[in-house]
Ligand binder design. Structure first.
Ligand code: C2G
Length: 440
């Protein structure tokens, strides 16, 4: 009996997949199909898969072409499988020519012509067409624009900016002079303007029936946030707090491990986020607005949002009385304390340490875009290390979550309204909006 094996994601099963399976089947008497696990696809950068593993397995099973279905979960599993199942022939589409020649040491390798003109990505892009307008400027606007290309069906529709010099050429080419024009040609917007303008830009988009992804803080006063949330709820729109760290795989898995008690009860969290500046311009975010939401995100996720008190100390710029170069803050909880240090124009070690009653989590700099963390115990022999591929600092995952929310899908990771209000409360606590308005 000639045993054949092939592998794939098989998302949104289509004619190209079926043709491949039929020809694979014809290569022998018994066909095993390896379907990729969700985590394996994420780890290898496939972030657009629409269907769950079970849905994809059922779809392949329904073709009646597979004699056996297995799950592909890790890099290198193919060698294990070829030996474990006594495989005679490995086959895959010609888009992978050369990639699996190493299997020739174990079995015959055949690349079958790929079916042209159809793919899961094309089907997804036809199904999910989201025109997203950008309001704002700077490096984050540039990164966001470039990251959209990794999310099927998400197309930047234009940008309204007050600082076009900060934009890459491709963004300047799609720049528009009016926000209303931008909104007319968009289904959703990404707000990355100066923090003091977030409320107005979010309000304008929501009242024009557009979904909103806004760089945190969404606004500077809690009552303003509640108004925006009310409008979004009334209109059935998405108002999403854009903290890209929340959507990165390593961070989200770390939060799950901690919530599962891997280091016991959490009594302290220390986060540091800093970056140096060439100069302070009217478009430079200060330490609290640029880093504050990211730095306190883990607090709200792990220790919660019902803290007893928060104390902050700021180091202001000599040249600019309302620009906080450095902010140091502590949230006091019943169960412990969470401390953050953030700097814009000040450099420190950007690490995160989460202290528990059984051990602690150590995340090296830059923790906010990490692909690696350690769980450390009293006995170093018990320490564990985790690595999760992170592409694009988490921005493409954030965009994917935004488009999923708009499609009405339930997603496990998101920044809740309670967390958004906690983030905004630190701006309210420091009279941020008042000082901006009064330049004091
Ligand atoms: N395929 C094809 N024609 C298409 C699309 C896909 O022949 N128009 C083939 C692919 O070459 C692959 C199989 O169908 O052999 C499944 O394709 P995907 O679901 O896109 O998964 P992919 O990641 O390409 O599978 O480790 C091997 C990879 O997992 C191969």
């Amino acid at each position: 009996m000639t045993k054949v094996i092939t592998y794939g994601t098989y998302d949104l099963l289509h004619e190209g997949h079926i043709r491949l399976l039929k020809r694979a089947k014809a290569l022998g008497d018994y066909l095993i199909v390896g379907i990729t696990a969700d985590g394996f696809d994420l780890a290898r950068g496939k972030i657009n898969v629409s269907q769950s593993l079970m849905e994809r397995i059922d779809a392949v099973k329904s073709t009646g072409l597979a004699d056996q279905i297995i799950v592909e979960e890790y890099e290198g599993q193919k060698i294990d499988d070829v030996q474990k199942y006594g495989i005679d022939v490995f086959t895959v589409g010609s888009d992978w020519v050369g990639k699996f020649d190493y299997l020739e040491d174990y079995c015959k390798v055949i690349y079958l012509d790929r079916t042209e003109g159809i793919s899961s990505s094309m089907i997804r892009s036809d199904y999910r067409k989201m025109r997203i307008g950008i309001i704002g400027e700077g490096t984050l606007a540039n990164k966001f624009f470039h990251e959209c290309q990794f999310v099927n069906g998400v197309i930047p529709s234009g940008i309204f900016t007050e600082n076009s010099e900060s934009l890459d050429k491709e963004l300047r080419e799609i720049s528009v002079n009016s926000i209303i024009d931008l909104l007319k040609h968009s289904d959703a917007v990404y707000v990355v303007s100066m923090p003091r303008k977030h409320f107005y830009h979010c309000w304008l988009a929501l009242t024009n029936n557009k979904h909103v992804l806004c760089e945190s803080p969404i606004c500077l006063r809690v009552k303003d946030y509640d108004l925006l949330q009310h409008i979004a709820n009334e209109k059935g729109l998405v108002l999403m707090d854009g903290i890209k760290t929340a959507y990165s795989l390593a961070f989200s898995r770390m939060m799950l491990l901690i919530k599962g008690g891997i280091i016991g009860n959490i009594v302290a969290i220390d986060t540091t986020c800093t970056s140096l500046l060439d100069k302070i311009t009217p478009f430079t975010w200060d330490s609290l607005s640029w880093w504050g939401p990211t730095a306190i995100l883990p607090f709200s996720l792990i220790m919660g949002t019902d803290y007893k008190d928060v104390q902050m100390v700021k180091g202001m710029s000599d040249d600019n009385p309302i620009f906080a170069l450095f902010t140091y803050g502590s949230f006091i909880y019943n169960s412990g304390v969470a401390t953050f240090k953030v700097g814009q124009g000040v450099k420190s070690e950007g690490e995160m340490i989460i202290s528990g009653t059984k051990g602690y989590v150590y995340v090296p700099a830059p923790w906010w875009k990490t692909d690696y963390f350690e769980i450390r115990y009293e006995n170093p022999a018990n320490n564990r290390r985790y690595f999760y591929q992170l592409d694009g600092e988490g921005i493409r995952h954030e965009i994917r979550c935004f488009s999923d929310l708009i499609e009405g899908k339930l997603i496990s990771i998101t920044v809740s309204p309670a967390q958004s209000r906690m983030i905004i409360s630190i701006f309210e606590k420091s009279n941020y909006a008042y000082r901006l308005d009064n330049n004091t």
